[in-house]
Design a protein. Structure first.
Length: 138
């Protein structure tokens, strides 16, 4: 069998992540079976149809496989640096900073100008959630 010189890396993108993905965007990824090696490629296709059960769309990255190390059905984990320009002027905070009370979302904000750590509770309205941040929409 001849080595595969060109491969597709298929990712599942959650419905909520799709506004932050576009064709041509760079994806950095690792392959579980090849630890310590980082790969990258550009998104060549985003499936326009969501899976009705999992609510994900398939995203394809095509790369060269010159060494033949990449095999069909290997497990890949990818990262995309999303462009948040449309949220300029909005506050981006770690998801772990948000406390959900059931009816509202709140954060504690450290008050400046005091030797003692003083915090004030602040109710926020959440915008889109990415993997590690929340965008506050005021």
């Amino acid at each position: 069998m001849l080595p595969i010189s060109h491969v597709w890396i298929m990712f599942d993108a959650y419905e909520s992540d799709l506004p932050f993905l576009s064709q041509g965007q760079k994806v950095s990824f690792t392959i579980q079976a090849l630890p310590g090696t980082n790969y990258s490629g550009n998104i060549s296709f985003i499936d326009p149809v969501l899976d009705p059960v999992t609510r994900v769309a398939r995203v394809r990255v095509e790369i060269s496989n010159q060494g033949g190390k990449l095999k069909p059905e290997m497990f890949a984990t990818g990262i995309v640096n999303a462009n948040l320009n449309q949220y300029k002027g909005k506050l981006v905070i770690p998801r772990s900073a948000v406390l959900w009370t059931g009816k509202r979302s709140v954060v504690y904000v450290k008050q400046a100008g005091s030797d003692e750590p003083i915090f004030k509770i602040r109710q926020i309205e959440l915008g889109p959630m990415l993997e590690t941040v929340v965008v506050e929409m005021v």
